[in-house]
Ligand binder design. Structure first.
Ligand code: TXA
Ligand code: MG
Length: 321
C-alpha cells in the first residue's frame, strides 16, 4: 500500500531519492519520477508495464523553464503555451541532449507540459529537475482521476500518492506539434481543438495511427476496461442483450433507464454538459468495470468540443485485441 496525503516535502524526498510518486494534475493522475535520471525513468516503464517505445511527457513548472530541455520553440507553439499553460496542453518540441533517450524513446522531439494543479505546481517549482509522468495506470487500462484509482492499481509498487482530489478536466492533455509549417494534433484531449484554432488558425488532426509509435498513446486499443465494451445506440443494444440473456451495465451521456437497476447504469451528465461528462468518464468506466455484469453498453457523445476527445476514448475502449 502507498501512503496517500498532501505532503509536498515527503513527495519531494521520494523523488530526489529516485523513487516514484503518484501526482495529481487537472487532466489525470501521473506516475512521476525524475525525468533526468534514467534509472527513475526506467522504473516508470517497469511499474506501468509499458513498452519502452512509448515515450513520456516531461512536466515542468513554467514556460520559462522549458528552454532547459528544448532546442527550439516555434512561434506558433509559443503562442499556445503562453495562452494555455498551465493547462491540458502538451507540446512536442526538439529536445536538448540533457533529456534522456528513454524519455523520448529515442525520438528527436520531447513532449513537454506545465500541468495546472496547485500541489503539483508547487512540487515542480521546488524540484531542481522536471518530472516524467505518464498516466498512473497499468499500460492500456483506464487512466486514474482520483488518488484511490492510483492506489488500487499501483499502490503496491510506489511509496507515496499526492492526493489532489478528483481531476478537474478528467481527460489527458491534448498533444500538439508541428510538421513543416503545419500545426498537428496527435492526441485529442482536455484542450478543445476550437480553442487551439482560435489562437493559431486551422490545424490538422492526426490522432489515429494504429500501432505506430510515431504518435504513440494512439495505440488503437487503449483506455480499456477489462469487460467487453460495446458502443452503439443504447436502446437497440439493451434490447439485443436482454433478448440474448446477458447481464449488462449501461454508460449513457444523459439518459436514465427506469426499467434498469440504478447500480447498473451511469449517466455522465444528466444536464448534457460535455465538461461534466469528461470529468466523470474514467471513474464511470472503472465503476462499471467493477460491477458484476458480463458486458458494458455505451453510447457516443455529440462530436463537438470535448465530445470529440471523449468519443476517441470510448472508441479505443471498445476496440479489442
Ligand atoms: O494529461 C496528460 O498528458 C497526462 C498527465 C499525467 O500529464 N499524461 C499522460 O501521459 O497522458 P501518457 O504517457 O499516458 O501519454 C502520453 C502520450 C503517449 O501517447 C506518448 O506516446 C505521447 O504522449 N508522447 C510522449 N512523448 C512523445 C514524443 N516525443 N513524440 C510523440 N508522442 C509522444
Ligand atoms: Mg496514458
Amino acid at each position: 500500500m502507498a501512503l496517500i496525503g498532501t505532503d509536498i516535502d515527503l513527495a519531494q524526498s521520494f523523488l530526489k531519492n529516485g523513487q516514484l510518486v503518484g501526482i495529481p494534475t487537472e487532466t489525470v493522475y501521473g506516475l512521476a519520477g525524475n525525468a533526468l535520471n534514467p534509472e527513475s525513468v526506467a522504473l516508470i516503464f517497469e511499474t506501468k508495464n509499458r513498452p519502452t517505445f512509448d515515450p513520456l511527457i516531461l512536466h515542468t513548472s513554467s514556460f520559462e523553464r522549458v528552454g532547459e530541455f528544448v532546442s527550439d520553440f516555434p512561434e506558433e507553439l509559443k503562442q499556445l503555451a503562453k495562452k494555455f499553460w498551465p493547462g491540458p496542453l502538451t507540446l512536442l518540441l526538439p529536445r536538448k541532449p540533457i533529456v534522456p533517450d528513454l524519455v523520448t524513446s529515442g525520438l528527436n522531439r520531447v513532449a513537454v507540459r506545465v500541468p495546472n494543479h496547485p500541489l503539483t505546481l508547487t512540487l515542480l517549482e521546488q524540484l531542481e529537475f522536471p518530472l516524467a509522468a505518464p498516466s498512473a495506470n497499468p499500460f492500456g487500462y483506464i487512466s486514474p482521476t482520483q488518488a484511490a484509482h492510483v492506489e488500487a492499481q499501483l499502490g503496491e509498487k510506489i511509496p507515496y500518492i499526492l492526493d489532489g482530489g478528483p481531476c478537474a478536466v478528467g481527460l489527458e492533455s491534448t498533444i500538439v506539434g508541428m510538421e513543416d509549417e503545419e500545426i498537428v494534433i496527435y492526441r485529442l484531449g482536455g484542450l478543445e481543438i476550437g480553442e487551439i484554432e482560435d489562437v493559431v488558425g486551422p490545424v490538422k488532426v492526426k490522432d489515429h495511427s494504429s500501432s505506430n509509435p510515431a504518435a504513440p498513446g494512439q495505440l488503437d486499443s487503449h483506455y480499456a476496461p477489462r469487460k467487453p465494451f460495446l458502443l452503439g445506440d443504447l436502446k437497440t443494444l439493451i434490447a439485443k442483450k436482454q433478448a440474448e440473456g446477458f447481464d449488462f451495465a449501461v454508460l449513457s451521456f444523459s439518459d436514465a433507464f427506469v426499467q434498469m437497476p440504478q447500480e447498473k447504469q451511469i449517466a455522465l451528465s444528466p444536464s448534457r454538459d460535455l465538461h461534466e461528462a469528461a470529468q466523470n468518464l474514467f471513474s464511470a468506466m472503472r465503476k462499471l468495470d467493477e460491477t458484476p455484469v458480463q458486458v458494458i453498453l455505451a453510447e457516443l457523445m455529440p462530436e463537438t468540443g470535448l465530445g470529440r476527445a471523449i468519443n476517441d476514448r470510448l472508441r479505443r475502449a471498445a476496440v479489442k485485441g
